[in-house]
Design a binder for this molecule. Structure first.
Ligand code: ADP
Ligand code: MG
Length: 267
């Protein structure tokens, strides 16, 4: 396990079987997956392949029947619910397909929620919310409610909320599935930028083949099994320090925000 120290998130031998009247579903079978700081790992495969199940196991939202999960140095498999809640709050950020915003709250208030839960000092909360909204290109939309924002903007709020507490890992389950292809590409570019510039490890499930081009690594699931784990570049230890350049960007759906973020990229 020479890479153990370098991984932000790691699953080993993850196995999850669902039992129903119809029989057993092997949603996850002995899957190994890790993500290092600054690395975007895309989990792909057809509907029903086990992507959501795997992300739930890695994100401590579900427990494996067999196998183990580490978040940073901490093995979380045997922790109780309180300890898991603390790990999720401190180390993990989640982005959902359906955005998961609270309709009556403004963009800024939605982004602020994780900090309220963590009882962050109010002055620091305001600064962090402003910074997170700036990073996703929505500084000028802080007061708007979700219904007053486009789908792409709503998902940017979702991403700002996921990163506002500075997690080491971002977990996103089909974050662009409800967006048109141009907006989807722009949102994916944003995720890539955040991962590479802020050193977050990201595991993103998608079955959109276009999004695979943005990945540092692609893990392909079929019937709960990992059938391929391709590197977009050689899977060396330099991968985290030298992230692959993203594929040529498609035309951004929200040009101002995209341009600002691309120029923020370091190196
Ligand atoms: N809570 C559950 N109970 C029973 N079966 C489930 C449950 N969650 C997922 N499954 C089954 O596990 C398989 C993998 O599902 P899922 O992880 O949602 O796949 P994906 O996200 O790739 O579409 C599917 O056959 C699905 O029906
Ligand atoms: Mg799914």
């Amino acid at each position: 396990m020479s890479r153990a120290g370098a991984t932000a998130l790691r699953g080993e031998g993850l196995t999850r079987t669902f039992r129903s009247a119809a029989g057993e579903v092997h949603a996850c079978v002995e899957v190994d997956l890790d993500a290092r700081p600054g690395e975007l790992v895309v989990v792909t495969g057809p509907s029903g392949a086990g992507k959501t199940t795997l992300l739930n196991l890695l994100g401590t939202l579900d427990r494996p029947d067999a196998g183990r999960v580490w978040v940073g140095e901490t093995e979380v498999t045997a922790l109780d619910e309180d300890a898991l809640a603390e790990i999720r709050r401190r180390d993990l950020g989640f982005v959902f397909q359906s955005f998961g915003l609270i309709p009556v709250l403004s963009a800024a208030e939605n982004v602020e929620l994780p900090l309220r839960i963590a009882r962050t000092d109010p002055a620091e909360r305001d600064a962090r919310v402003a910074e997170a909204l700036r990073l996703v290109g929505l500084a000028d939309h802080a007061a708007q409610r979700p219904a007053e924002l486009s789908g792409g903007q709503q998902q940017r709020v979702g991403i700002a909320r996921a990163i506002v507490a500075e997690p080491r890992v971002l977990i996103a389950d089909e974050p662009t599935a409800q967006l048109d292809s141009r907006t989807a590409a722009a949102v994916m570019d944003l995720i890539v930028d955040l991962v590479h510039t802020r050193g977050i490890a990201a595991v993103v499930a998608t079955h959109d083949p276009i999004l695979r081009a943005r990945a540092d690594r692609v893990a392909e699931l079929h019937d709960g099994r990992l059938i391929a784990a391709d590197a977009a570049e050689p899977a060396s230890d330099a991968a985290a320090a030298q992230p692959a350049e993203p594929a040529a960007p498609t035309q951004p759906a929200e040009p101002a925000a995209e341009g600002r973020l691309r120029r923020d990229r370091r190196r």
